[in-house]
Structure formats: structure tokens, C-alpha cells
Design a protein around this ligand. Structure first.
Ligand SMILES: [Zn+2]
Length: 217
């Protein structure tokens, strides 16, 4: 269970754009042909097998194609910050991007920065891909410090779980402009990647990397 939307903004209100350059991550991928391969091709040509000798080189260049990149874009409804970045190349997360995302999804009440589970970003990436939209998510809540969670729990009349996964950086409350809330929920349920809470009254869906389960708030 989670806090409903709050109108209090404890963070800086000026819009800021955080992010990392995409370019460096595309430049490090090796596509070179080794000297030994060049030498093999030369020797093959010299022996009259130029075409056959070149084929392994072509095949190798194909198998070293660029791994799929994973991007995220988010607007925070409380801090009014925006972020758009490449957070992973294939199965490899980009450390600098994870650091920026930890800051972006910090406890906006206390300013405390947690360590977010990168599996959340994969869920969010897959959802946008599945729904075929490129609009930024609107974030209502990411990391929540234990102190903030306890304060919300005791002042919101039971709307916040005592052991919320937000405190472990494993949950985020969000919506996706242009996608009806129930469609976003249904897409998250299809993934079976964790918990999915549906909060139509507060206009957000909670997703987490805990066990697969669902509820309505
Ligand atoms: Zn939540």
C-alpha cells in the first residue's frame, strides 16, 4: 500500500534535466578485425580461396553487432525534475546512469538517496516497449526512507505498508501519460515481474520487484 499523491513539494521546484550522454556507450563496442584475421584473409587470397577465406570475417562482424540499448525517461511529479538516459546496454547496466537514477528517485520528503533495484528499470523499459509509447513516466514515489515511511504510515490512516518495498528501493509509483491506468496495470501484470498495485483514486500504479502479486488501493 502506498501514500496517495501529495501536493507538498520538498525538493527544488525549478525543472532540471539530468542525464548522461548516449554517445560514449556506442563508441566502446569493438568492431575491429584482428591482425590475425587480416593475415588469414591475405593467406587465403594468396592460395586462391579469397571468397571462402573472407566469409568467417563477415560472420564475425555480424555476431558482434551492437547489443540492444535500454532507455528511460521520467518526470517527477513532486520535485519537477526530468531525466532521460540510457541505463543499460544489453545485460550491462551503466553505473553512472544508476547513480543518477538513485538521485532522481530519492525520498523527496527527506532528500535521502536510496539504492534502487535496477530490475525496476527493466520492468519500466519493458512496459514502454510493450505499450509502444515513448512518453516519459510520471513518478509519484520512488525510494522512501524508513522515517518517511513511518511518518506517512501514521498520518495517512493505514495507506502505507509498514514494510513497504519503497524502503528497499524495490518499488516505484508511476503513471504513463497517454496510456489509460488500467492498461498500464494490465501490461505490468502480463510481465509477472513482481507486485502490481492499482490506485485509480490517486491515478498511479505501484510496481515492485517483490513476489508476483496484485491488489487494488
Ligand atoms: Zn508504492
Amino acid at each position: 500500500m502506498d501514500a496517495a499523491t501529495c501536493t507538498t513539494c520538498s525538493g527544488p521546484c525549478a525543472p532540471r534535466l539530468l542525464g548522461v550522454s548516449l554517445r560514449p556507450y556506442f563508441l566502446v563496442l569493438p568492431m575491429t578485425i584482428s591482425p590475425s584475421a587480416t593475415r588469414r584473409r591475405f593467406l587465403s587470397a594468396a592460395s586462391g580461396l579469397a571468397v571462402l577465406g573472407a566469409m568467417p570475417i563477415v560472420a564475425r562482424a555480424t555476431t558482434q553487432s551492437t547489443p540492444p540499448t535500454k532507455n528511460l525517461a521520467m518526470d517527477h511529479t513532486h520535485t519537477h525534475e526530468k531525466i532521460e538516459l540510457l541505463y543499460a546496454v544489453g545485460a550491462n547496466y551503466v553505473p553512472k546512469a544508476l547513480t543518477e537514477l538513485n538521485h532522481f528517485l530519492r525520498d523527496h520528503y527527506s532528500g535521502r538517496i536510496g539504492s534502487m533495484d535496477a530490475g525496476l528499470y527493466d520492468i519500466m523499459h519493458r512496459l514502454r516497449t510493450m505499450l509502444k509509447v515513448r512518453t516519459p513516466y510520471e513518478i509519484i514515489s520512488g525510494y522512501r526512507s524508513p522515517q518517511t515511511n513511518e511518518r506517512l504510515r501514521t498520518t495517512r490512516g493505514g495507506g502505507v505498508a509498514r514494510h513497504s518495498l519503497h524502503m528497499e528501493g524495490k518499488a516505484v509509483d508511476l503513471r504513463l501519460p497517454g496510456v489509460p491506468l488500467d492498461e498500464l496495470r494490465d501490461a505490468a501484470l502480463v510481465l509477472k515481474a513482481g507486485g502490481v498495485g492499482y490506485y485509480p483514486g490517486s491515478n498511479f500504479v505501484h510496481v515492485d520487484t517483490g513476489r508476483v502479486r496484485t491488489w487494488r488501493g
